[in-house]
Ligand binder design. Structure first.
Ligand code: AMP
Ligand code: MG
Length: 392
C-alpha cells in the first residue's frame, strides 16, 4: 500500500498534456489556454460616458445655462467638440466629445429647449471611463494552463478573438463492472442494484471538460471483461468501477495484466478508496476505482480528476480542488492508518460532516458539498479552523 501523495505523484508523472488545438471561442469554456494571451486592445477602448446625460467642461463650468450643440450616441463617433458654455447630449458607452472633461447625469439637469440648467456639483472626470483604465495593451489576459472560465471567455471576446489555442480534448471510456448491477429503466430483481457509478463518474468528468465517449456495463466474467476493456482502451483514459478488490469476483487487475497491461499502483492509504488501481494498457491510462459509490467518488476526485486536467493542459495549480477555510462544527478524529476524507456540508463558513461516513452511503454523499482531509492520527476539536476541499 502506498501513500495518497505518492499515488498522485506517480499518476501525474506518467500523464503528458495532449497536443494543443485551435478552437472557436464559443467552444472554449472549461478548456485550458495553450499559450499566454496579451491584450491587443485597451479596455475601455476609448474615453466614454458611464451615464446618459450631458458632456460638459467642468474645469470652466460656471452655474448657468449651457447650449446643447449636438448629440453623441453610442456606436458611432461623431467627432464633436465643445467650447465653454456648451454641452453635448450623450449616452452610456458613447465617445466623449473633444474638449469635454465631465459628464452630468440627465437626472441632475433641467432641460429647456436647446439649453440645460445644471442642478448639481460637477467635478472634472465625473462619469468618464478613461481609455485603458481597466486593461492596457500588452497586459496579460490569460496565462498558459489557465482554465477558460465564463469571465475569461468574456475578456477574450472583448479582445475580438474568435479562436484560441487550448489543450487537447481528453476522450474517456467508463466501464462499470458487477454481476449485481442493472441499468436504470430495467426491472429490478431480488439481489440486484441499480448501477449508479457510471452516472456519477460521467457527470464529474464532463463537468471538468472531459469527453465521455462510451459508458459500458459488464458482468464479472473474464471474457466479457476482457472484451469491454479492449473497447475502452481505444480512448486516452479508461475509468473502471468495481472489481478491483481482493474477492474472487474481482477480476479487473488480472484481466488488465492478461492484456499486457502494467499495473503501477494497487491499493492506496486512502479512506474510502483503498483498493484503487492505476496502470496502463498500451497508450491508455487505466484507473480502477472501487465499486462502493463514495470510494469511486473520492478516488475520482483525488486521482482521475488531476490526471484528466493535466492531459487537458492545466497548470499545476489548476489541478487542485478549490479550498476554503472553515470552522469545524464537531469534534473529529482519524484513528486509522489511512488518510480519511470526511464528507460534509460547508455552509456559512462552517463545515459539518453529513450522513454515514461509510463507503456505500450514497445518500450522505449527495447531501455534502465538501471534503475534509484528515491525516492518520489527526484529532480536531469543534471550532477548529480547517481547510476543506469543495466540489459543488
Ligand atoms: P466491488 O468494488 O466490485 O467489490 O463493489 C463494492 C460495492 O459497490 C458492492 O456493494 C457493489 O454492489 C457496489 N457497486 C459496484 N459497482 C457499482 C455501481 N456501478 N453502482 C453502484 N454500486 C456499485
Ligand atoms: Mg464487484
Amino acid at each position: 500500500m502506498i501513500s495518497e501523495d505518492e499515488a498522485r505523484r506517480r499518476i501525474l508523472q506518467g500523464i503528458r498534456p495532449l497536443p494543443p488545438r485551435r478552437i472557436s471561442l464559443a467552444c472554449a469554456l472549461n478548456c485550458f489556454a495553450a499559450e499566454d494571451y496579451l491584450a491587443r486592445l485597451p479596455l475601455p477602448g476609448f474615453d466614454n460616458s458611464a451615464m446618459d446625460g450631458y458632456a460638459v467642461i467642468a474645469s470652466s463650468y460656471a452655474p448657468g445655462r449651457l447650449k446643447i450643440i449636438g448629440e453623441q450616441p453610442a456606436g458611432v463617433d461623431r467627432r464633436l467638440r465643445i467650447s465653454a458654455g456648451e454641452a453635448v447630449r450623450i449616452f452610456t458607452g458613447a465617445p466623449v466629445p473633444a474638449g469635454a472633461d465631465a459628464i452630468v447625469m440627465q437626472e441632475d439637469v433641467t432641460r429647456e429647449g436647446e439649453e440645460i440648467l445644471i442642478n448639481a456639483e460637477v467635478t472634472v472626470a465625473d462619469y468618464i471611463r478613461r481609455r485603458g483604465c481597466d486593461l492596457a495593451v500588452g497586459q496579460k489576459v490569460v496565462t498558459r494552463g489557465e482554465c477558460i472560465r465564463p469571465t475569461v471567455l468574456a475578456l477574450l471576446a472583448s479582445q475580438g478573438l474568435a479562436e484560441l489555442m487550448v489543450g487537447g480534448e481528453v476522450d474517456v471510456a467508463i466501464l462499470s463492472t458487477g454481476d449485481e448491477l442493472i441499468r436504470v429503466g430495467e426491472q429490478i430483481q431480488a439481489g440486484q442494484i441499480y448501477e449508479s457509478n457510471s452516472v456519477l463518474l460521467r457527470a464529474l468528468l464532463q463537468r471538468i471538460g472531459a469527453t465521455v465517449r462510451s459508458s459500458e456495463h459488464c458482468s464479472d466474467q473474464q471474457e466479457a471483461l476482457r472484451d469491454a476493456i479492449q473497447r475502452g482502451i481505444a480512448q486516452q483514459i479508461l475509468v473502471i468501477s468495481g472489481g478491483v478488490s481482493v474477492g474472487q469476483h474481482d477480476l479487473v487487475k488480472s484481466t488488465l495484466q492478461s492484456l499486457g497491461g502494467e499495473i503501477d499502483i494497487w491499493r492506496v492509504a486512502i479512506k474510502p478508496g483503498k483498493p484503487f488501481l492505476f496502470g496502463r494498457v498500451g497508450d491508455c491510462a487505466v484507473f480502477g476505482l472501487p465499486g462502493n459509490p463514495v470510494s469511486a467518488f473520492v478516488t475520482c476526485l483525488q486521482f482521475v480528476r488531476p490526471a484528466v486536467l493535466k492531459m487537458m493542459g492545466a497548470s499545476a495549480d489548476e489541478l487542485e480542488l478549490e479550498k476554503f477555510v472553515a470552522r469545524l462544527a464537531v469534534d473529529v478524529k482519524n484513528d486509522g492508518d489511512r488518510v480519511h476524507y470526511l464528507r460534509g456540508k460547508l455552509t456559512d463558513g462552517n463545515f459539518t460532516p453529513v450522513g454515514r461516513q461509510e463507503s456505500h452511503a450514497l445518500f450522505g454523499l449527495s447531501q455534502s458539498n465538501a471534503l475534509l482531509r484528515l491525516a492518520p492520527g489527526l484529532e480536531l476539536k469543534s471550532g477548529a479552523s480547517v481547510s476543506v476541499e469543495i466540489w459543488d
